[in-house]
Design a protein around this ligand. Structure first.
Ligand code: DGT
Ligand code: CA
Ligand code: CA
Length: 571
């Protein structure tokens, strides 16, 4: 689907119009981009019957432009704007410390057009020579570059999952396959994905490979064989397909799911018994097959409980799976939290701040996903969010939610707020206002570059406020855009555990914050977790799935998660 492409071009038009000093128009393009980004269905389907013009915030002119992008893959108007300022604005502005204005400044002063140019300029110490920028900016850009480099060639998990599922569905619909599954890092739920690995069983491998090569997304064939092929899609993503015999499917799924480190550790276990493990199966010393058709069978034959893909990083999961595996299918592995365990979402926005929908619309979408409660946690009115809530607005929203709750059966809306944690750790709403709300989510939205000690004290102080229930997106990182802030996480987690403040796993695709590594440490420190969508549109409840994958990669069980199970009586 082309939603991402359309949203990216619209965002970039907004940035470029901003730089030209154009009024109002940038806002319209930005809103249109957000609407397209939030869509669950492919934009090309809406364009096909013209209904994209009926989307909220999309006027006639922008609707025409969207149709042009969908039909031709580009937009003349965008090309004209690009000709005036010929730089890779989208990639450059992904670097922490580089906004559109800085990018323009760097182009005019130093001729920086690409990420490579930026890196050269930063390394040569030329950025500090530009009027308005300095050594501090240069150092920040150098740090940011490392982050962006790592992610630019990799895809976010959300996009990768959608793509993998689409490709698998398309292959299944050809009728040429007995089985098709995706493997690799996307199956393990890693936060970024290098390429997609698809595994299949087919009675006619040659036709099966041909069907893969004929998929409409394929732009370039990288290699082809009788039972495997690699392609590059139009969006630049590489996809590998392997067709295997059905008696090897489980072993191949295990092998190509990885991780490599997990596979190596597993193979050692086989070798220690004088056996052999590869993508075709598990074999004894006489080459007699012991397992291969089904994945769990491979683990069982090795004396292990089934290890969920999210845990396969050689981080203690094999030792855990070996414990008491004979008596218990899971061995000593955790009973990982599942999406179906979640009954609520404690981080939701509406159009009262920077969301796109009403409370009622968000409630309807949450119900449709099987949730039983949500907390409305709009932003306060601080500098960066236009239209956030002030003290009077909070009172008004509490009233409105009270009335709405009277009309709902089997669903409850909690009142809440997302308060800003200021640099000294205080909050931007007075305690008596916070006391009147069911849920207080506290989050850092500015001053990310305090020293480690300052940031630690800031987050600890936020936890220590008795009204704060959840510390949202604790590290502030944006994958590929902004590195996590520097804090003594064990000290922050200790404060959270002591005060009963839950730590959020923010499920927004670009955040996934806490990361899986920090989730595991937070659980070790005795903290509760809250898996929050941070939804700004009805479709965003889908993000919860990413939050659950991240929780699972951090070894989280249902009992570690606040929004599992029915709502306990609000205070
Ligand atoms: P990615 O694509 O970078 O996000 O990460 P993966 O994990 O999908 O890695 P990829 O696509 O290179 O390979 C898919 C899986 O195949 C990998 O997770 C484990 C397996 N694999 C690849 N190369 C090796 C290897 O040299 N040894 C072993 N044991 N397994 C390998
Ligand atoms: Ca891969
Ligand atoms: Ca691969």
């Amino acid at each position: 689907m082309k939603n991402e492409l359309v949203a990216r071009i619209l965002h970039e038009i907004a940035d470029r119009l901003d730089l030209e000093g154009v009024q109002f128009k940038p806002r319209a393009y930005r809103r249109a981009a957000e609407v397209v980004e939030a869509l669950a269905e492919p934009i090309e389907d809406l364009v096909a019957d013209g209904t994209h013009a009926e989307l909220p915030g999309i006027g006639e002119a922008i609707a025409k432009k969207i149709a042009e992008i969908v039909e031709t893959g580009r937009l003349k108007y965008h090309d004209e704007l690009k000709a005036k300022l010929p730089i890779d604005l989208h990639t450059l502005t992904r670097v922490d410390g580089v906004g559109p204005k800085t990018a323009k400044l760097l182009y005019e002063a130093l001729g920086v057009k690409t990420l490579d140019d930026l890196e050269q300029a930063a390394r040569a110490g030329r950025i500090r020579t530009v009027k308005g920028l300095g050594e501090k900016t240069e150092a920040r850009i150098l740090r940011g570059l490392a982050e962006t480099r790592g992610a630019v060639e990799r895809m976010l998990l959300f996009a990768a999952l959608r793509l993998a599922e689409e490709l698998v569905a398309e292959l299944r619909s050809t009728g040429l396959f007995e089985r098709v599954e995706y493997a690799g890092s996307v199956r393990r739920g890693r936060e970024t994905i290098g390429d997609l690995d698809i595994l299949a069983v087919s009675a006619e491998p040659t036709s099966a490979v041909a069907a893969f090569l004929a998929l409409p997304e394929v732009a370039e064939i990288l290699s082809r064989g009788d039972t495997k092929a690699s392609v590059r899609l139009g969006n630049g993503v590489q996809v590998d397909l392997r067709v295997v015999p059905s008696e090897s499917f489980g072993a191949a799924l295990q092998y190509f799911t990885g991780s490599k480190a997990h596979n190596i550790a597993l193979r050692k276990l086989a070798v220690a018994r004088g056996w052999k493990l590869n993508e075709y199966g598990l074999y004894d010393a006489d080459d007699k097959p012991l397992a291969g058709e089904d994945e769990a069978g491979v683990y069982r034959a090795l004396g292990l409980g089934f290890i969920p893909p999210e845990l396969r990083e050689d981080a203690g999961e094999i030792e855990a799976a070996a414990k008491a595996a004979a008596r218990n299918r899971r061995g000593g592995l955790p009973r990982l939290v599942e999406l179906a365990d979640l009954q609520g979402d404690l981080h939701v926005h509406t159009q009262a701040s920077d969301g796109l929908a009403s409370i009622a619309d968000m409630v309807a979408a949450a119900r449709a996903r099987g949730l039983k409660y949500i907390a409305i946690t709009d932003h306060t009115r601080f500098a960066e969010v236009i239209g956030g809530l002030n003290v009077d607005d909070v009172a008004g929203q509490i009233d409105a939610i009270g009335k709405l709750n009277k009309t709902l059966r089997g669903f409850h809306v909690l009142t809440g707020i997302e308060v800003n944690v200021q640099p000294d750790g205080s909050l931007d709403l007075p305690d008596e206002v916070l006391a009147a709300l069911d849920v207080v989510v506290a989050a850092v939205h500015s001053h990310f570059r305090l020293t480690k000690d300052e940031m630690t004290a800031r987050l600890q102080r936020a936890c220590e406020n008795e009204h704060v229930d959840i510390l949202a997106h604790p590290t502030g990182r944006k994958i590929g855009e902004r590195p996590p802030c520097d804090a003594d996480w064990d000290a922050v987690f200790a404060a959270a555990a002591k005060t009963g403040t839950a730590l959020e796993i923010n499920a927004n695709p670009i955040r996934l914050d806490l990361s899986a590594e920090l989730v595991r440490r937070a659980i070790g420190a005795g903290c509760k977790l809250s898996i929050g969508s941070d939804a700004h549109a009805p479709e965003h409840f889908e993000f919860l799935r990413l939050g659950v994958l991240t929780a699972r990669r951090g070894w989280a069980e249902a009992k570690n998660v606040l929004n599992v199970g029915p709502l306990r009586q609000p205070r």
